[in-house]
Design a protein around this ligand. Sequence first.
Ligand SMILES: [Mn+2]
Length: 333
Amino acid sequence: MPLSDLSQRLSSKSHRLVITTHWGPDGDAIGSSLGLAHYLRGQGHRVSVVLPNTPSLPLQKSPGYESAFVHVFSENQSAAQRCFEEAEGLFSLDYNTASRVGGEMQPWVENFEGFRVLMDHHQEPDRGYDYTYSQTTKSSTAEMVFDFIEHDGGALDASAAEALFMGLITDTGSFRFPSVTAATLRAASKLVEAGAEPHRIHERLFESNPPSRMKLWGRGLTSLELLAQGQAAMMFLSAKDLQECGYEAGDTEGLVNQGLSISGVQMSVFAREDAAAGIIKLSFRSKGAVDVNAFARANWQGGGHIYAAGGKSDETLDATLARLRSIMTEYLS
Ligand SMILES: [Mn+2]
């Protein structure tokens, strides 16, 4: 579907819009949502952003996060629900299926009565959107939002640029994943021209760690185990580890990528015991020909994209690790 269809719809008048993104919002989720919100507000629309739950501390420092138009569903349901009730149009950013927003917010997305727009780079998007922009080759949803804004032709202010640049950085591992293309770098260049300051964003994201994060990374790295003749790396943290180190949300984000830094490793998994939910949360990363989306879908009640996916296990940590050892080895042989 051409982007001009959406531009045309939006340009007809000032709309009330609600922007949503996935549970456990990461840098791309927050960056694409705030970036689009800043832009559309600049175009005269009344825009709110509804996040399913609170993001990590560094992401809370994103420009605009503290604004009155940003709502967290799990924190204030009535305010968030009002955004859905009042909006004429809904955006789904950085998720492919409504269940990704979490069970409480899911019906508000599914039963939304106005027009619905999906912009996302994950595979197999839900049907039933009025405007579907699904590009699985894109580095990030932020890059897709940039494309839309460029196509739409309005002014990109510094706050929007900063938010979108953050989405690019976080979803590309600071421009080093295979998903980075000339178009990604061109978008980055344009965002800097519009006022994004890469060093500030980098400092906010990566040099403001709480001590608990460093302690947990230490334990996680110590748990490293190589599988499949060195083609796979596995790390884990138990509920006890999390408790002893003073775990805060976001502390283990990115740890799974460390496995891929080992020579010869094509696939990395990180398992985290979530005692409150009674599950083991799994993160997968890969490179080359290894597709972790397929692996997570087939075995771990999850999915994502080729090189980055998530899943979960309802078994104990030990049983989960045992199963990972055997099926990862099988998958890579
Ligand atoms: Mn993304």
